[in-house]
Design a protein around this ligand. Structure first.
Ligand code: NDP
Length: 242
C-alpha cells in the first residue's frame, strides 16, 4: 500500500481530478465528501479509491472521520484541503448564514482537518499540506465578501503553518486556481461566463486536471524546498505576487 493522501471534497470537480492524479502517483487515496452519496459512490468505483463522508466544517466530525481513515489505511502523509462552497451575495444582501456557512466550510475546515494530522506529521518528520485557495482570495471579488475572506484566510493559514512545519519536514502550500470548469461554475449564466472568459488571457476556463497537476508537484517528496508558497494557476487572469 502506498502513502496515504486525504483529499477533502475529493469526489467531484477539482477534488476528483486531484484524487485521480494522486492515485496515479501511487498514493492510497481517501476522498472525503459532504453529502452527495451518488457522486461519491460513482467516483469510488471509477477511480478505485475509498470515500469517507463527513462535514469538514465540523471539528468533531473531522476527528472521527480522519481517525477512521487512519485506522483503516494508515497515517495521512498528504492532506489536500479542497472542499469548498460558494454562497454569493453583495454585502448589503448577505445574510449572517451565508457569511458563516462559507467561513465554516472554506476556512474553518482547513483548521479542522490540519489539526487532526499535524501531530502525526511532526512525529514522523514528514508531511504535505496543500490548501486550495482561489484567485478571488487574492484579488477580491464583488458578491463574494464571504468567499474572498475565507480564501484569503487560507493563504494566511498556509504561510503561518509553513513556518511551524519547516523544521519537521512538513511543507504547507496553497494553490490559487482561477476559473475552472466544474459544477461550481455551472450556475454561472452564459453571458457572465463569456465575459469571464474574455478576461482570461489564455482564452478559456481552466481544467480540473490542471489544478491536480499542481497538487502532484507540491505533494512530491522532491518539492521539499517549496513551502509557504501560493501557486497561482489562472491562465494569466491575475498576476499575483503572493
Ligand atoms: P465542486 O462544487 O465541484 O465540489 C465540491 C466538493 O467539496 C464536493 O466533493 C463536495 O461534496 C465537497 N464539499 C462541499 N462542502 C463540504 C463539506 N461541508 N464537507 C465535506 N465536503 C464538502 O467544487 P470545485 O471542484 O469547483 O471546487 C473545489 C475547490 O476549488 C473549492 O475549495 C473551491 O473554492 C476551489 N476553487 C474552485 C474554482 C472553480 O472555478 N471551480 C476556482 C478557484 C477555487 P459533495 O459532493 O458531497 O457535495
Amino acid at each position: 500500500m502506498g502513502k496515504v493522501a486525504l483529499v477533502t471534497g475529493g469526489t467531484r470537480g477539482i477534488g476528483k481530478a486531484i484524487s485521480a492524479a494522486l492515485k496515479a502517483d501511487g498514493y492510497t487515496v481517501a476522498a472525503n465528501y459532504g453529502g452527495n452519496d451518488e457522486a461519491a459512490n460513482a467516483c469510488a468505483e471509477e477511480l478505485g479509491i475509498e470515500v469517507f463522508k463527513f462535514d469538514v466544517a465540523d471539528f468533531a466530525a473531522c476527528k472521527d472521520g480522519i481517525g477512521e481513515i487512519e485506522a483503516k489505511l494508515g497515517p495521512i502523509e498528504v492532506l489536500v484541503n479542497n472542499a469548498g462552497i460558494v454562497r454569493d451575495a453583495t454585502l448589503h444582501k448577505m445574510t449572517p448564514e451565508k457569511w458563516s456557512e462559507v467561513i465554516r466550510v472554506d476556512l474553518d475546515s482547513v483548521f479542522n482537518t490540519s489539526r487532526q494530522v499535524i501531530e502525526g506529521m511532526r512525529e514522523r518528520g514528514f508531511g504535505r499540506i496543500i490548501n486550495i485557495s482561489s484567485i478571488n482570495g487574492q484579488k477580491g471579488q464583488m458578491g463574494q465578501a464571504n468567499y474572498s475572506a475565507a480564501k484569503a484566510g487560507v493563504i494566511g493559514f498556509t504561510k503561518a503553518l509553513a513556518q511551524e512545519g519547516a523544521r519537521k519536514g512538513i511543507t504547507v502550500n496553497a494553490i490559487a486556481p482561477g476559473y475552472i470548469d466544474t459544477d461550481m461554475m455551472s450556475g454561472v449564466p452564459e453571458k457572465v461566463l463569456e465575459s469571464i472568459i474574455g478576461t482570461i488571457p489564455v482564452g478559456r476556463l481552466g481544467k480540473a486536471e490542471e489544478i491536480a497537476h499542481c497538487v502532484s508537484f507540491l505533494a512530491d517528496e522532491k518539492a521539499g524546498f517549496v513551502t509557504g508558497s501560493v501557486l497561482t494557476a489562472n491562465g494569466g487572469q491575475y498576476i499575483a505576487n503572493g
